[in-house]
Design a binder for this molecule. Structure first.
Ligand code: FES
Ligand code: FES
Length: 210
């Protein structure tokens, strides 16, 4: 009796559909050490000047994670949709997964690792997330902290609806959006209160020195 072919096994004509073909190397593509593929970038990272060679094709999220160990920079979608990789570049919240590391030359970068004071005191924004229990698994949190930090630095007040729109670029898979909004609101209040107290103190110091 002739053995019947198993219909579930791939044949030459019909390769298996169960596993996608792994990406094949592009023939002729230059490797990371090929001439012209690297660039020296000098920038300020969390308050410190740094210089490093970078592959000009590498994105900033990978560069920060792999070269500096800054794992607060999360990689979620890697196409600029989820906000998990957000860092501040010259004070602006940017999705670092779609930003080339080579572009960072001469700029300043702030990640969540740079938010706390040197003695470990949390920033007002970080403390607000703690106070409002706005963290569940925490994957989206560093990105949200950076956007909240950008908003707090403006010194402006926002309605809840405006804040909702401002953080719309962040996806929280734990769906804790209401607490996140509470946190961002509280962060802005805390920052404004601190700024007002500092301005008061400066005023009285000036007056008493007259
Ligand atoms: S990982 Fe960058 S936006 Fe999602
Ligand atoms: S807290 Fe889990 S993804 Fe937002």
């Amino acid at each position: 009796m002739t053995a019947q072919p198993n219909p579930l096994l791939p044949t030459e004509d019909q390769p298996s559909q169960r596993r996608p073909t792994p990406p094949q190397p592009v023939h002729g593509a230059p490797g990371p050490n090929a001439p012209g593929m690297n660039k020296l970038v000098t920038f300020e990272l969390n308050g410190r000047p740094v210089s490093k060679m970078v592959d000009i094709r590498e994105n900033l999220a990978d560069f920060l994670r792999n070269e500096f160990g800054l794992t607060s920079v999360k990689k979620g979608c890697e196409v600029g949709e989820c906000g998990a990789c957000t860092v501040l570049i010259d004070g602006r919240a940017i999705d670092s997964c779609i930003y080339l590391a080579a572009w960072i030359d001469g700029k300043t970068v702030l990640t969540t690792e740079g938010l706390a004071s040197p003695t470990g005191e949390l920033s007002d924004v970080q403390q607000a997330f703690v106070d409002t229990t706005a963290v569940q698994c925490g994957f989206c949190t560093p990105g949200l902290l950076m956007t909240a930090t950008e908003l707090a630095a403006t010194g402006q007040t926002y309605t809840r609806e405006e804040l909702r729109r401002r953080i719309a670029g962040h996806l929280c898979r734990c769906t804790g959006y209401e607490n996140i909004l509470n946190a961002v609101e509280l962060a802005l209040q805390k920052t404004q209160t601190r700024a007002a107290a500092a301005a008061d103190e400066e005023f009285w110091n000036t007056v008493s020195g007259l």
